[in-house]
Design a protein around this ligand. Structure first.
Ligand code: B12
Length: 212
């Protein structure tokens, strides 16, 4: 079994301690934290998704895997380092009704380790809360995450809340999550979309350059 298969299995089994130990071993063997995230954690969650879809895993088991991933993400955080530069202020959260926060957490983690100040509002965030936090923290960018086709519409509702408050021109709004596409971003008037956390960092860098 390869190193990454071991951590994938630990995530699939919801074995927190084992996954942490595998992550430590991979770090000690010189693997980059980002590689552990991509080839270990994200690969494992794709497999969890496949098994869930096929009815071989159920919600409580998926929650255990998600918990295991959250623990490893926290353990990797110090190893990602942090750029001293202040590249911009980002308020991020999953939209109202959506509890899927693994992807959002990865985006927040990579942004903060790349010099952005991240204000993470957590999950199930109402449009008014995004608006209030963007004002309070003088956000440059607001990031919305959704994993359910039923909660995607709350991305539109959140953007509309900024428009209604006369605050749409003062922030860039970006969106992401498995069911989201660039076309959907354009349709609801978002300023950008990215498929994964690494691209999200590039997207935010570009938006900050354009805004400068
Ligand atoms: C884990 C999981 C759960 C966990 C969530 C735990 C947690 N803390 O996150 C639990 C068990 C709670 C759960 C519950 C439910 N889930 Co669920 N879940 C998943 C699963 C298996 C994995 C999601 C995941 O973590 N992926 C890994 C991360 C790394 O990927 P990601 O989120 O896409 O993020 C990346 C990019 O999208 C992007 N990104 C993400 N956010 C953002 C934001 C910005 C701004 C940017 C730029 C980029 C970006 O970068 C990220 C990192 O690279 C998916 C299956 C799948 N294939 O996605 C189903 C899935 C999303 N769930 C699904 C469903 C149906 C549900 C439930 C309704 C099930 C139920 N019957 O109760 C509930 C709904 C709960 C709710 N109200 O939100 C369906 C959704 C179907 C649909 N079309 O809407 C899926 C697709 C499974 C399926 N095939 O049926 N789920």
């Amino acid at each position: 079994m390869s190193d990454f298969e071991k951590i994938c299995h630990a995530v699939l089994d919801g074995e927190d301690e084992l996954a942490l130990a595998e992550a430590e071993q991979l770090l000690a063997a010189g693997k980059a934290p980002l590689t552990i995230i991509n080839d270990g954690l994200i690969a494992a969650m794709s497999e969890v998704g496949r098994l869930f879809k096929e009815g071989d895993l159920f919600v409580p088991e998926v929650m255990m895997s998600a918990h295991t991933v959250a623990g490893v993400i926290e353990a990797l955080r110090p190893h990602l380092g942090a750029e001293a530069a202040n590249r911009g202020r980002i308020v991020i959260g999953t939209v109202k009704g959506d509890l899927h926060d693994i992807g959002k957490n990865l985006v927040a983690l990579l942004l903060s380790s790349n010099g952005f100040t991240v204000i993470d509002l957590g999950n199930d965030v109402a449009p008014e809360r995004f608006l209030q936090a963007a004002e309070e923290h003088r956000a440059d960018i607001v990031g919305l995450s959704a994993l359910l086709t039923t909660t995607m519409s709350n991305m539109r509702a959140t953007i509309e809340a900024f428009v209604a408050a006369g605050r749409r021109d003062s922030v860039r709004i970006i969106i992401g999550g498995a069911p989201v596409t660039a076309d959907y971003a354009a349709e609801i008037g978002a300023d950008g979309y990215s498929e994964d956390a690494t691209e999200a960092v590039e997207l935010c860098r570009r938006l900050m350059e354009v805004g400068a």
